[in-house]
Write a protein that binds this ligand. Structure first.
Ligand SMILES: NC(=O)c1ccc[n+]([C@@H]2O[C@H](COP(=O)([O-])OP(=O)(O)OC[C@H]3O[C@@H](n4cnc5c(N)ncnc54)[C@H](O)[C@@H]3O)[C@@H](O)[C@H]2O)c1
Length: 283
């Protein structure tokens, strides 16, 4: 929990686009100083310039969250620039997939490396800095896919988001048990209007593109149309994150009805063996 946000220092990964950029903008509007970290240099530099020109106290560092050394450099940079970090948002994430046996191991590794290990690297590098503050907080971006599986072609993504939920719940319990000043939240949104369906723009060259897969193309076209129609604006999600940081709320659920229904279906599955079956990403 951070009861008084103004004047505190935030670090946001995946901060050059979508939810991460909206988080940074909300934090800046509340008088925070922000370090944006992203793998996309051009977009990062242009957003840092735009925000600085508008008067924000903001820095940017090109960072690959899948690389522990790169995330450690980010932590060192934030401390060198601002002397402290109070709020860490492990938000960078990617998505790619296909039917199970058509997913190359390279794709599994890329999605787990960015989504799960990216979050883990952030927690490992920043926790000692956060624990030195009177109040501090970690927000890990998961997804509704951390609460409900079954989305066709989304195996790596779902697995990575379940893993984020697991590691976040475990750290939350450990920190609460020793009355650490560091709170933990998990952000689990459904559809949000961002560049996520273009995640492969950032894939390493050894990860095959999923573009030629017909099943995948059809699913992604439907998903994109649905996000365009009913997706939340990233700024609305950012407001919920701010509120959770101020009030020390673990689950941040921008789509609460979908989240509760997903968990009810899991409970029914445990009790009756009635499986929820296929679920379309975003449902
Ligand atoms: N958009 C949605 O509907 C939705 C729903 C649930 C969860 N999420 C999650 O929200 C988070 C943010 O995604 P978004 O929707 O804003 O998408 P986005 O593509 O607009 O933003 C993701 C950012 O992460 C950056 N990134 C990718 N790989 C990176 C790496 N290795 N190191 C550092 N930065 C990297 C990208 O360059 C990009 O700026 C992700 O974790 C995603 O899984 C999104």
């Amino acid at each position: 929990m951070i009861s008084d946000i103004t004047g505190r220092i935030a670090v946001v990964t995946g901060g050059a686009s979508g939810i991460g950029l909206a988080l940074a903008e909300s934090f800046i509007a509340q008088g925070m100083s922000v370090v944006l970290a992203d793998i996309e240099r051009a977009r990062l530099e242009s957003e840092v310039t735009r925000l600085s020109d508008d008067g924000a106290d903001v820095r940017g560092l090109v960072t690959d969250v899948s690389d522990a050394a790169s995330v450690q450099r980010l932590a060192d940079f934030a401390v060198a620039e601002f002397g402290a970090v109070h709020l860490l948002c492990n938000n960078a994430g990617v998505e790619s997939g296909a039917a199970f046996l058509d997913i190359p191991l390279e794709t599994w590794r890329w999605v787990m490396d960015v989504n799960f290990f990216g979050v883990l690297h952030g927690m490992r590098s920043f926790l000692p800095i956060l624990e030195d503050q009177e109040q501090a907080h970690i927000v890990n971006t998961a997804s509704l896919s951390a609460l409900a599986a079954g989305a066709p072609t989304f195996g790596p993504y779902v697995s990575s988001k379940f893993a984020i939920l697991g590691v976040s719940e475990n750290l939350h319990a450990e920190l609460a048990a020793r009355q650490s000043p560091v709170g933990v939240s998990v952000l689990a949104p459904g559809p949000v209007k961002t560049q996520m369906s273009l995640s492969e723009r950032n894939k390493p060259s050894d990860v095959p593109s999923s573009a030629g897969n017909a099943q995948r193309a059809e699913l992604m076209a439907k998903l994109n149309a649905m996000v365009d129609e009913v997706g939340l604006e990233p700024s609305a999600v950012a407001d919920m994150v701010l509120d959770a940081v101020r009030t020390d709320r673990f689950f941040i659920l921008p789509h609460p009805d979908k989240a509760f229904e997903a968990v009810r279906k899991r409970l029914r599955w445990m009790e009756t063996n009635e499986s929820p079956g296929v679920r379309h990403a975003g449902d």
